[in-house]
Every structure is written in structure tokens, then in C-alpha cells.
Design a protein around this ligand. Structure first.
Ligand code: ADP
Ligand code: MG
Length: 220
């Protein structure tokens, strides 16, 4: 499903350069549920950004579902992402003016609404049956995260990228979110890549990829 070869992303500011991500060889099979672990700043979020085509690496190749992500232009990448990938961002990126239900339903609408699952049904499955009409500011952080999980799955993506999707939840809520995420992903046979710093979360997935990374390493 995913193959990265010799991928590097460097952020430069003036004389300074930070290696945000350096991956020699990384493969994930279709249908696998993989955790990405490693210390803060080692490049976990950057890895998901690169896989989704949101961030262009300085070198290397990224193949997702047989498509060379960076061989095509930006517009083609955007279409590919919308069709193939569901993304739970670390910062959720919910639309503040809209309810939980609208946030999920709008994601289906923007994708053409053809293959969309039922937004209310998804929210019920992540435990938010009684929060459909609440706006993000009226939800706890953990509840907002679960709205983001429902939104990421509404278009039945082949690949689910989740960036610390249980990071702000108590253990019981985290368990509920993760169970929902995995069972919904299983229903649509989605591959999961889940960034987490929680060993308990990592344990429940098929395997873990550890990003070594020297955080903030300066290069010439
Ligand atoms: P993680 O998710 O593992 O905590 P990130 O992928 O967010 O780490 O960041 C990896 C490194 O790249 C960090 O040192 C971070 O400061 C740096 N970095 C990330 N995004 C940017 C950016 N847009 N500009 C400059 N540096 C960045
Ligand atoms: Mg991160």
C-alpha cells in the first residue's frame, strides 16, 4: 500500500537547517494497522504529511496505492488525497462555525458525496450520539478528536492517517476511540497508520515503526 524510499525533508531558515524526516526504506502492506512511534520532534507528523502529499520531500520517492505521489502536480495530488486518504490531524482542523454532524457531512459533500457513509451513524459509532448538534467549542478536546476520526472515515478511504488521535483522552475514552477507529477501518478494509506516543495504543496495532530521528539535528 505504501512504500517510501530514501525520503528526506529538510526545513531551512537562513543558515539553519533542520532534518525533519529521514527514512531509508519503509513499507506498509494493504490492510495493515501500523503504529508510528518515536520521541517528540522525530518527524512523525512530517511522515504523515509526506505520505499524504501535503509536504513535498527534498528527495526520495513515495508510492501510495501504486501511485507515485510526487510524480504528478499539486492539483492531481489534491484529488488523489481526497479520493484515497482519510486524515485525523494532530490539531483536528474542525470547522468552528459548524456542528459535529455538519463537520462530518461537509467532508462527504466536498468529496462529491457519492461514496460517503452516514455522518450521524459514524458519530454514533465513535460515542457521540448525544453531541451531533454541538459545535467544536462546545465539545471536549477528546470529543473533538472523535469528530475528526468520524470525518476522516466518512469517504471510506483506502488509507487512514491518524496523528495522535487519542492524545488528549483519558484511557477509557482513548480505548473507545481506538476501537471505533479500528472497527470502522476494518469494515472498509482501510490501511491504518497511527502516530502515537502511548505504548498501550501501539500494542493494539499489528506492529510499530520506530522513527529514530535526531530531533532538530542541524545539517550543513
Ligand atoms: P513529531 O510529530 O514527531 O513531533 P514533526 O514532524 O512535527 O515531529 O517535526 C519534526 C521536526 O521538524 C521538528 O524538529 C520540528 O521542529 C521541525 N519542523 C516541522 N515542521 C516544520 C516547519 N514547517 N518549519 C520548520 N521546522 C519544522
Ligand atoms: Mg507530531
Amino acid at each position: 500500500m505504501i512504500a517510501l524510499r530514501d525520503v528526506q525533508k529538510i526545513y531551512r531558515r537562513g543558515e539553519d537547517a533542520v532534518v525533519a524526516l529521514s527514512v531509508g526504506d519503509l513499507s506498509v502492506e494493504r490492510g495493515e494497522h501500523v503504529a508510528v512511534v518515536g520521541p517528540s520532534g522525530c518527524g512523525k507528523t512530517t511522515l504523515l504529511h509526506v505520505i499524504s502529499g501535503l509536504v513535498v520531500p527534498d528527495r526520495g520517492t513515495v508510492v501510495v496505492g501504486g501511485t507515485d505521489v510526487f510524480a504528478a502536480g499539486e492539483a492531481a495530488r489534491d484529488r488523489f488525497r481526497a479520493r484515497t486518504i482519510g486524515y485525523v490531524h494532530q490539531t483536528f482542523n474542525l470547522l468552528a462555525a459548524y456542528t459535529a454532524l455538519e463537520n462530518v457531512a461537509l467532508a462527504a459533500y466536498f468529496a462529491g458525496g457519492v461514496h460517503g457513509a452516514d455522518a450521524g451513524d459514524l458519530l454514533r459509532k465513535v460515542g457521540l450520539a448525544d453531541r451531533l448538534q454541538h459545535r467544536p467549542s462546545e465539545l471536549s478536546v477528546g470529543q473533538q478528536q472523535r469528530v475528526a476520526v468520524a470525518r476522516a472515515l466518512v469517504n471510506r478511504p483506502k488509507l487512514l492517517l491518524a496523528d495522535e488521535p487519542t492524545g488528549n483522552q483519558d484511557p477509557a475514552t482513548a480505548r473507545q476511540t481506538l476501537d471505533a477507529l479500528r472497527s470502522l477501518a476494518n469494515e472498509i478494509e482501510a490501511t491504518i497508520i497511527c502516530v502515537t506516543h502511548d505504548p498501550k495504543v501501539a500494542e493494539t496495532l499489528d506492529r510499530a515503526i520506530e522513527l529514530p530521528g535526531s530531533p532538530g539535528e542541524a545539517v550543513a
